[in-house]
Design a protein around this ligand. Structure first.
Ligand SMILES: NC(=O)c1ccc[n+]([C@@H]2O[C@H](COP(=O)([O-])OP(=O)(O)OC[C@H]3O[C@@H](n4cnc5c(N)ncnc54)[C@H](OP(=O)(O)O)[C@@H]3O)[C@@H](O)[C@H]2O)c1
Length: 252
């Protein structure tokens, strides 16, 4: 479908070294975009970019720590210089250093979670806005979580950071959509990635899956790609400020 075609478009994926971000990077490249795969570990992102190029796609890698605002500036300057445009930003990178009772969380774990999951996407989005609105407009997709709607025990700070990301999505949508930049969020459920590995290995999760999910299994990262592509595409030209929940029916 032509409106799902990203040929000639440039997409920056923050947090593309593995998991959902890696799958999303492949998805954009398969639909014609030039993809900038970024995270703290440029070497890992370069492997993702290489795999995309090996399939005939267009991709480069960049070092981008969401917490380091000078990295934001450097990557956006590189994109301006090398490609002259930016059409899509996916804020996918996140961390969750504290898993346990809320009163045992350190200040450091609290600050790190907010720095990477909330502050980073805010400044990357606002810094990218001028480039996104040039050349006819663009799109931001924030990867939040169903934890932002229904916070879970033992990862309260993570849930708070994602609730803030959902609020940011709605606020920026109100500000930016009139300039042609739509802003939406993907809210994944339980997905088979490194971030969820501690949960996956916890025997209590089998019970969670049986009791709470309509589809009785965890998602694979590739199952998140279609939703992100849709939200970023022309097909979603009247879609903004929304949460797209892809969670196997956990939140119904
Ligand atoms: N898996 C789930 O069950 C689940 C559920 C709901 C929402 N999500 C969300 O989905 C998104 C992707 O997570 P995932 O499940 O795919 O986990 P993952 O496989 O662990 O991937 C996390 C990604 O975030 C990047 N990242 C971490 N810290 C970063 C930082 N400071 N700056 C830039 N990038 C950083 C990592 O890259 P480097 O380590 O190379 O920096 C990696 O590419 C996250 O926003 C997560 O909250 C996941």
């Amino acid at each position: 479908m032509a409106r799902f075609d990203f040929t000639g478009k440039v997409a920056l994926i923050a947090g593309a070294s593995r998991g959902i971000g890696e799958a999303v990077a492949h998805g954009f490249a398969e639909h014609g975009a030039t993809v900038i795969c970024s995270s703290r570990k440029q070497g890992d992102c370069e492997k993702v970019a290489e795999a995309i190029r090996a399939k005939g796609g267009k991709a480069v890698s960049a070092e981008l720590h969401l917490g380091e605002l000078d990295h934001h500036d450097k990557v956006l300057e590189m994109i301006e210089k090398e490609f002259g445009r930016l059409d899509v930003l996916v804020n996918n990178g996140a961390t969750s250093p504290h898993f346990g009772p809320a009163h045992e969380a350190s200040e450091g774990a609290f600050d790190k979670t907010i720095e990477v999951n909330t502050r980073g996407p805010y400044f990357l989005s606002t810094k990218a806005f001028p480039m996104l609105k040039a050349d006819g407009g663009g799109s931001i997709v924030n990867v939040a979580s169903i934890d932002g709607l229904q916070p879970a025990e033992f990862r309260v700070i993570y849930g708070m950071s994602k609730a803030a990301l959902i609020a940011m999505t709605k606020g920026l949508a109100k500000e930016y959509s009139q300039h042609g930049v739509r802003v939406n969020a993907l809210l994944p459920g339980f997905t088979d990635t490194k971030l969820a590995s501690a949960l996956k290995d916890n025997p209590a999760m089998d019970m969670y899956v049986k009791m709470n999910l309509a589809i009785k299994r965890m998602a694979q990262p590739e199952e998140m790609v279609g939703a992100v592509l849709y939200m970023a595409s022309e097909e979603a030209s009247y879609y903004t400020g929304q949460n797209m929940v892809v969670d196997g029916g956990a939140v119904i």
